[in-house]
Design a protein around this ligand. Structure first.
Ligand SMILES: CC(=O)N[C@H]1[C@@H](OP(=O)(O)OP(=O)(O)OC[C@H]2O[C@@H](n3ccc(=O)[nH]c3=O)[C@H](O)[C@@H]2O)O[C@H](CO)[C@@H](O)[C@@H]1O
Ligand SMILES: C=C(OP(=O)(O)O)C(=O)O
Length: 448
């Protein structure tokens, strides 16, 4: 079992580079299954556990996948199976995104029910509603879902009851090879949807309106591989921005796209953080006491639920009381109990948390209950008195590339241990995570 160990008290300064977006690369890799000709080349693919997992799903379907220095190639001409196995799908929710591509390309697919972070019930009814509207027949089995169509899927008008990111992506991919035009209404508008649409269009699809609430897809007969560079990860960028502000630091977050970070920048500015915007990134300067603000998570362009726990960490050390309302997932306050172990005062009332600012956080043994909760606890550890131990690192490895190493580069006192393997460094010494513990190297995929 491994843990992150954080000793609080260091001010972050310097430059940190953002990796490619997890939530873009996953649907893009799934979409590469649509390529009946040529090979897809996906650049800036972050070396994350989730990326390894979806590659495994593709391999299990018969695609040939290579990964070398953040470049993935996918040859999907060779797919031999339409059944995504439980072994890989259970690890991650995004594996369900292979359903749309497989169904539209082959007319049949059978997928185990997806796993992922336990932040709510996370139904998939909107995905299935879309496939059914396009003429697919859906069967729900014990722990799996089967979809089949007689001939090609048919274009349809689909109104999403919730602006689901995954449903928009799955339906958009399925529609690329359908007969006729599909219109998705109340579509999700996240930057990752736009990245996927650009990728699909590069493959020969006709997708218009991505980034707005109405997306139109004209079906085509065939798609081919394409070269594509994944957008920078706005959630990773936001996490470093908050970490910088938390410690009263001055950090340039290289690669961060300010347009994708609107609500995060606005909220940080309301709190008194200075955010300077550059073409190639944003600089965060926190040189005065921070004020409490209220935050409500919403679909894009609202405040992202994936930044809620990190923002809560920052609010804990700001002046005043704030209310954090989670409207996207019904169970995304599991980090509250962990913050309490660090001496935080937070009261949960339904979908809102009332956060008492000015906390004197103290180091504690805490557990990452999900991916972003893990990042938030590490951020809290940066300013806590003493040492914080964060277990549950497998959640963090799903979505952050070399997190300890990147924070160390900014001056944080953080390292990673695997039980029985490494002892703590001397007090005050800035350390780098042990290489063998880094996500990239921990996994030995068959194709490496
Ligand atoms: C891999 C990936 O991109 N993950 C992101 C994606 O997850 P994901 O695509 O799973 O999230 P959705 O946008 O689908 O979920 C948003 C809300 O819609 C509900 N819902 C969703 C689908 C459905 O068929 N029925 C339904 O009711 C969910 O329960 C949730 O309450 O968007 C979330 C919301 O921004 C982010 O937190 C995740 O990091
Ligand atoms: C919830 C997240 O991811 P997933 O949808 O893959 O569980 C996340 O990235 O914060």
């Amino acid at each position: 079992m491994s843990k992150f160990i954080v000793r609080g008290g260091n001010v972050l300064a310097g430059n940190v580079k953002v990796s490619g977006a997890k939530n873009s690369v996953l649907p893009i890799i799934a979409a590469s299954l649509l390529g009946e000709e040529g090979v897809s080349v996906i650049r800036d693919a972050p070396p994350l556990d989730d990326v390894m997992t979806i590659n495994k799903v593709l391999e299990s379907l018969g695609a040939t996948v290579t990964y070398d220095r953040e470049v993935i190639t996918v040859n999907a001409r060779t797919i031999a199976s339409c059944e995504a196995p439980y072994e890989w799908v259970r690890k991650m929710r995004a594996s369900f995104l292979v359903m749309g591509p497989l169904l539209t390309r082959t007319g049949y697919t059978r997928i185990s029910l997806p796993g992922g972070c336990a932040i709510g019930t996370r139904p998939i009814d909107q995905h299935l509603k879309g496939f059914e509207a396009m003429g697919a027949e859906i069967n729900l089995g014990q722990g799996f879902i089967e979809a089949r169509s007689q001939g090609r899927l048919r274009g349809a008008k689909i109104y999403l009851d919730v602006a689901s990111v995954g449903a928009t992506e799955n339906i958009m991919m399925a529609a690329t090879l359908a007969e006729g035009t599909t219109v998705i209404e109340n579509a999700a508008k996240e930057p990752e949807i736009v990245d996927l649409a650009n990728y699909l269009n590069g493959m020969g699809a006709i997708v218009r309106g991505a980034g707005t609430g109405v997306i139109r897809i004209e079906g085509v007969e065939k798609l081919h591989g394409v070269e594509h560079t994944v957008i920078p990860d706005r959630i990773e960028a936001g996490t470093f921005m908050i970490a910088a502000a938390m410690t009263g630091g001055n950090v340039f977050v290289e690669g961060a796209i300010a347009d994708h970070l609107g609500p995060i920048i606005s909220k940080m500015e309301e709190m008194g953080v200075r955010v300077d915007i550059y073409e190639n990134g944003v600089r965060v300067i926190a040189d005065k006491p921070l004020k409490a603000v209220d935050v409500k998570t919403l679909p894009y362009p609202g405040f992202p639920t994936d930044m809620q726990s990190q923002m809560m960490a920052l609010l804990l050390v700001s002046e005043g009381t704030s209310v954090v309302t989670e409207t996207v997932f019904e169970n995304r306050f599991m980090h509250v109990d962990q913050f309490r172990l660090m001496n935080a005062e937070i009261k949960v009332e339904g979908r809102s948390s009332i956060v008492t600012g000015g906390a004197k956080l103290s180091g504690a043994k805490v557990c990452a209950t999900d991916l972003r909760a893990g990042a938030a606890l590490i951020i809290a550890g940066l300013v806590a008195d003493g040492t914080t131990e964060v277990s549950g690192t497998h959640h963090i490895d799903r979505g952050y590339v070399h997190l300890a190493e990147k924070l160390s580069g900014l001056g944080a006192d953080i390292w990673r241990i695997t039980e029985g393997k490494e002892s703590a460094p001397e007090a005050g010494k800035v350390t780098v995570a042990a290489q063998e513990d880094l996500p990239l190297l921990k996994i030995q995929p068959s194709w490496a």
